[in-house]
Design a protein around this ligand. Sequence first.
Ligand code: HPA
Length: 233
Amino acid sequence: MSTPHIEARKGDIAETILLPGDPLRAQFIAENFFEKPECFNRVRNMLGYTGEYKGKKVSVMGTGMGIPSHAIYTHELIHNYGVKRLIRVGSCGAYMSDLKLYDIVLVQGACTDSNFAKNFNLPGTFSALASWDLLFKAYSFCQQEGIDVTVGNVLSSDIFYNLDSSDWQRWAAMQVIAVEMEAYALYCNAAFAEAEALAILTVSDNLVTGEKTTAKEREVGFAKMMQIALSLI
Ligand code: HPA
């Protein structure tokens, strides 16, 4: 059995999956954090692996960038492969000056400028929320380990290169703390299928101060984010 975008067989993918945007990051996670990693997908180079972490079966797969790409993969993972727990590990741009580079954001809720939720034909606006259980576990782990985290609302935007350079300030005025491009779709797809989802983000740039990380520097924040994500398996 395969889907248009995933060539795995049923049973090849664990019920818990980590979801970075970058497929090479999925490969890195599998090779550095999992025991016995096996590749289950190479379609479109969107690498996916299943292995074990502390004796538990776990998978990791890239999703690409943006809501359409992310939603294709999470839909197929949930509906065709029975995935029940989806943990996005990504990066975000901070809308608050007190969020420093490499800080960690646990995404409690996501707003969007996308029309994605139209698909669910709701008679109003959907608030996309994290699984309380995963959020509570992640936050408790951070408290226990002394990892500083910020929990809050983010914007999942369809636009990376926004022509209106002050648009983001109106989201910030509503206490939206950061921008990324996928969490809203993840939370919608999970809610619709009664699956659990959480997005964990590392701050890679700050729109208030203009600070940016380099690709190399991002590995620092990535280690902390992985520690949190792995604690949920
Ligand atoms: N915009 C959208 N997505 C992002 C950003 C950003 O500034 N930084 C990291 N992911």
